[in-house]
Design a binder for this molecule. Structure first.
Ligand code: SF4
Ligand code: SF4
Length: 163
C-alpha cells in the first residue's frame, strides 16, 4: 500500500470503527498514557537542548531531517490513531523534498513512528552532553513503548471487530 492508500484505509477504519475505538476503556487509558509520555518526551527534548538545536538547524541550515519517503513507514493503524486524536491528515506535501507530514511549523503528527521519536543525527550525538541524551532516550523509550502497546491494541481490536 502506498501512503495515499494507507491514509484512505485509515479514514475508512475511522469512519467504521472510530466511535467504538474511542469509547473502549482500554484504548482510552492507553491513549492517555501515550499522551502523558509524549509530553514527557517533549519536555526532555527541551531540557536536553535537542529541541533548540533542531530549531536552529531548521532556521539556519534548512536542515530538517524529515525527508520525503519517511511517511511510508506509517501503517494505517498508526494513521488511524492520529485521526482518533483529532488530526487531519494532509492530502498534499508542504514541500516536495519533505515527509508528507511535515508542515510549516514542524511535524503535524502527535503519534509518531519509532524512527521519528528516536532519531538523533550525528551532529546532535556529538554536541549534546551524554547525560542529557540519556535522559532524553529514557523519555523517548517510554513513549515508543506506549505507541507499540496502543498500536497492537488497535490492530487486535479491529481484527476482532472484522472477524
Ligand atoms: S535531528 Fe539533526 S538534522 Fe534533524 S533537525 Fe535536528 S539537528 Fe537538524
Ligand atoms: S517526525 Fe513527522 S514530519 Fe518528520 S519524518 Fe516523522 S512523520 Fe515525517
Amino acid at each position: 500500500m502506498n501512503i495515499t492508500e494507507k491514509i484512505r484505509t485509515a479514514h475508512d477504519l475511522c469512519l467504521k470503527w472510530g466511535a467504538e475505538l474511542k469509547s473502549d476503556p482500554l484504548i482510552s487509558s492507553q491513549l492517555r498514557e501515550l499522551s502523558a509520555r509524549t509530553e514527557a518526551s517533549r519536555l526532555a527534548s527541551l531540557r536536553s537542548g535537542v529541541a533548540d538545536a533542531c530549531r536552529r538547524c531548521d532556521e539556519n541550515e534548512g536542515g530538517s531531517c524529515c525527508g520525503a519517503g519517511i511517511e511510508d513507514r506509517y501503517t494505517p493503524e498508526l494513521l488511524l490513531i492520529n485521526l482518533i486524536v483529532g488530526i487531519e491528515l494532509p492530502e498534499s506535501r508542504y514541500s516536495e523534498d519533505s515527509c508528507l507530514f511535515l508542515h510549516s511549523r514542524g511535524c503535524i503528527l502527535p503519534v509518531r513512528d519509532i524512527l521519528c521519536i528516536n532519531y538523533l543525527c550525528s551532529k546532535l550525538q556529538k554536541e549534546i552532553p551524554h547525560g542529557n541524551l540519556l535522559s532524553l532516550q529514557d523519555a523517548t523509550g517510554r513513549e515508543m513503548d506506549a505507541v507499540f502497546v496502543l498500536h497492537n491494541t488497535i490492530r487486535n481490536f479491529i481484527k476482532k471487530l472484522t472477524a
